[in-house]
Design a protein around this ligand. Structure first.
Ligand code: SF4
Length: 326
C-alpha cells in the first residue's frame, strides 16, 4: 500500500556538532555528521539507510525525531514541518514515530515485567485507561509479535535476545505508530534469529500498514525488507534507488564495494565474483577530504575526483548516484 503523498520528507538536512576548544584546550572543530541529506518515504514503504559506522545514519534518525535539532534543513512528517516545533507540539508526533533499537536490553527497564513495559505507553498516552482492557491489549500485542501470554510475567533478563527484540517491537506497536525507525534492529542477534525478526517486521508492516526507515551497516540485512535503499558515506547520500536497481546495477563505487562484501549463498557464484576491497578507514567527519569524500578509498578515482564534490544526479529514472564516473 504505497500512497502518493510522502509520509516523511527530509530536505537538505544538515547536522554539525561543535567539539573541543573548551576549558582544557583541544582544538575546536566542527563534526559534519550530516551534510545535506534529502529523501522521502511514502506510506507503507520501507527505505533502507545503509553505511559504515560513523557515516551519519543514526544522526539522521535522531534528527527525524528532533532528539537532535538539525543545524539546517527541513523534516516534514505528514506534511508538517517538525524542526520549528517545540517539545509540547512534538509530543503527539513522537507517538506516531517510534524507534526499535539495536540493543533492546538497554532500552527495556530491567525492573519491570514485560507486561508492565507494554502497559506503560498505553497508560502514559491514555490509549487504554481501563486496567482489564489494558491487560487484554498487552496479550494482544504479545501475540502480534509471536510471544505467549505468560511472557507478560517475565523480566527482560529471563528472555532470549530475539524475544527481547520482540518485546521492543511490541512496545513500539503499542502506541499505533505510522512510522517506525528500525535502528540496526537485528545487528546484535544471531543470523538465524535475524531472519525471524525481519520476517516479523514484514508481516507487521503488511498487517498494520506501517512505514519503516530501516537503518543498517550492511546491505545484506536490508535486502529483503527494503523497497528502496539509500547508501550514505561521510554524512551524504551517495546512491539512492529501488532495491532491484541497487543490487543488480549499483552505480557508485562505494555501493559496489559494500555489495562485494555480502556473501552469495551459491559457492560457484561466490568463487567467480570480483571482490572490491576497500582500503583505509572512513575519513573523519571533522576533516572530510576535498572533492569527492570517497576519493582516498575509491579504486577508480581520477585527479578530477579531488577537485569538486560530485552532485547526487539522476543516472536513470529514479536511480541517483554521486559519482562523476557513474
Ligand atoms: Fe570514485 Fe571519483 Fe566517483 Fe568519487 S567521484 S566515487 S572518487 S570515481
Amino acid at each position: 500500500m504505497t500512497g502518493d503523498v510522502p509520509l516523511l520528507e527530509v530536505r537538505n538536512l544538515v547536522k554539525h556538532f561543535h567539539v573541543g576548544g573548551g576549558l582544557f584546550g583541544g582544538r575546536a572543530g566542527i563534526v559534519r555528521a550530516v551534510e545535506g541529506v534529502s529523501f522521502e518515504i511514502r506510506r507503507g514503504e520501507t527505505l533502507g539507510l545503509v553505511g559504515e559506522s560513523g557515516c551519519g545514519k543514526t544522526t539522521v534518525g535522531r534528527c527525524l525525531l528532533q532528539l537532535e535539532r538539525p543545524t539546517s534543513g527541513q523534516v516534514l512528517f505528514e506534511g508538517r514541518e517538525l524542526t520549528t516545533l517545540g517539545d509540547e507540539e512534538l509530543r503527539p508526533i513522537r507517538r506516531r514515530v517510534q524507534v526499535i533499537f539495536q540493543d533492546p536490553y538497554s532500552s527495556l527497564n530491567p525492573r519491570m515485567t514485560v507486561g508492565q513495559i507494554l502497559a506503560e505507553p498505553l497508560m502514559v498516552h491514555g490509549i487504554v485507561v481501563d486496567r482489564e482492557r489494558r491487560a487484554a491489549r498487552v496479550r494482544e500485542l504479545l501475540s502480534h509479535v509471536g510471544l505467549l501470554p505468560q511472557h507478560a510475567h517475565r523480566y527482560p533478563h529471563q528472555l532470549s535476545g530475539g524475544q527481547r527484540q520482540r518485546v521492543g517491537i511490541a512496545r513500539a506497536l503499542a502506541v499505533e505508530p505510522a512510522l517506525i525507525i528500525c535502528d540496526e534492529p537485528v545487528s546484535a542477534l544471531d543470523v538465524s534469529i535475524q531472519a525471524q525478526i525481519i520476517n516479523l517486521l514484514e508481516d507487521l508492516q503488511a498487517g498494520f500498514g506501517l512505514t519503516y526507515l530501516f537503518v543498517a551497516h550492511d546491505l545484506s540485512v536490508v535486502r529483503h525488507i527494503s523497497d528502496r535503499v539509500a547508501v550514505m558515506y561521510l554524512g551524504r547520500i551517495v546512491e539512492i534507488t529501488d532495491r532491484k536497481s541497487l543490487y543488480d546495477v549499483p552505480r557508485h563505487p562505494y555501493t559496489k564495494a559494500l555489495l562485494s562484501a555480502v556473501p552469495i549463498p551459491d559457492p560457484a557464484l561466490e568463487a567467480e565474483r570480483e571482490r572490491v576491497v576497500l582500503g583505509g578507514e572512513v575519513p573523519s567527519p571533522l576533516n572530510p577530504p576535498a572533492g569527492c569524500a570517497f576519493h582516498p578509498r575509491c579504486p577508480i578515482a581520477i585527479d578530477r575526483c579531488r577537485e569538486a564534490l560530485p552532485e547526487l544526479r539522476e543516472i536513470t529514472t529514479g536511480h541517483r548516484a554521486a559519482c562523476i564516473l557513474a
